[in-house]
Design a protein around this ligand. Sequence first.
Ligand code: ACO
Length: 428
Amino acid sequence: MAQTAQLILDDKTFELPVIEGTEGEKAIDISKLRDQTGYVTLDIGYKNTGATKSAITFLDGEQGILKYRGYPIEQLAEKSSFIEVAYLLIYGELPTADQLKAFQYELSRHTLVHEDMKKFFDGFPSKSHPMGQLSSLVSALSAFYPESLKPSQTNEELNQSIIKMVAKMATVVSWIYKKSLGHPVIYPQNKYDYVTNFLNMTFGQRTEDVTIDPVVIDAMNKLLILHADHEQNCSASTVRIVGSSDSNIYASVSAGISALWGPLHGGANQAVIEMLEKIKEDGGDTDKWIAKAKDKNDPFRLMGFGHRVYKNFDPRAKIIKKACDDILEKLGINDEVLEIAKRLEEVALKDPYFVERKLYPNVDFYSGIIYRALGFPTDMFTVLFALGRLPGWIAQWKEMKENKEPIGRPRQIYVGATDKDYVDIANR
Ligand code: ACO
């Protein structure tokens, strides 16, 4: 017999269905609660609320498990490429060799952005934050590809919008970087795969291609894979909720970019490096900064530590820490902030404050150190996170549409003033 939960309210008992996911996660289905009881639930920050049923990503924060479409993140990070993982997330299965070739071909045919888009790039002050630029530019793409505005696209039209979104994102991101330097942009070239093309557009010069070190290509693939999806986080939920009003793919992704920007979410990778630099300049006394993080009267938090869902080691952080060591060694880079990061981690992992609160390094604790070693400036880090997260956002958006989910519209408990009469301004 199907399991139910009983809710007793005002001497009446209500039976609520219990549903179970494929990994044994259980939920009490309250979708009819208000109709049946007149009550709503209150869960500020959605800490206990499942907003959807999803078949994309599974994570178990207690055990430190992360899988995309059933595949462990460790295997994907080691064996796969970013574009293969993008296919997996968006279409649900690992591609065959022919499917992957066709996907790459389709992507390479759409990497150019409309020439008029360049005027937007020119309009931004060179020092404006790349995340603000990215969210505006992605939203602006909708103006050039108006077919994406149709709320009910055919499968083929929807797929074309997805391909364009993925293909153009790498071009937009690299052009933001080139514009920040005041350098001419580099156009995409069909002979390169997605990640190499991105790196060439970012680090290439106008007249000649650069030979991108395979170590760099490999590291970039790994970082993008590790960031590719993370189920219903702040930005993915934003993308789904914006898309649920039938907003187009560019508007939905642009909203996700804005959600990612904050230092409590994707902006943490920039915040981590800034924090490590500050500690370095201050003499590298990690104990002092750990004490500051523990002091409730001090607003300082150890950036890159803690996670809403992981109450065990973030599996991505383990992979990134190892990759960080490998890459810096292969590139022959000696970065003092890496040593500070390792000292902070060592101290924090033994400190009762962090142990009791289950605060472990998250994905962003080491990613910034790798991005820096690859040659990216600090304010580009969150943009790189967005590039990696794009397939996840698209998969979430597509799933939401395929499931025909209703428009997202939470309830609230009103706690404001009641029944006031308007007072003329002269009498206030
Ligand atoms: N440094 C010091 N103390 C911390 C930290 C930290 N980084 N993170 C949490 N705590 C403490 C809180 O002060 C709180 O202590 P209390 O119980 O004594 O009040 C307790 O741990 C629980 O913290 P909450 O903020 O309630 O946890 P929540 O799940 O809401 O927040 C978050 C998670 C936002 C990630 C938080 O840990 C944080 O701010 N971390 C630093 C920012 C960061 O690295 N963000 C990136 C997350 S990963 C990502 O988005 C890709």
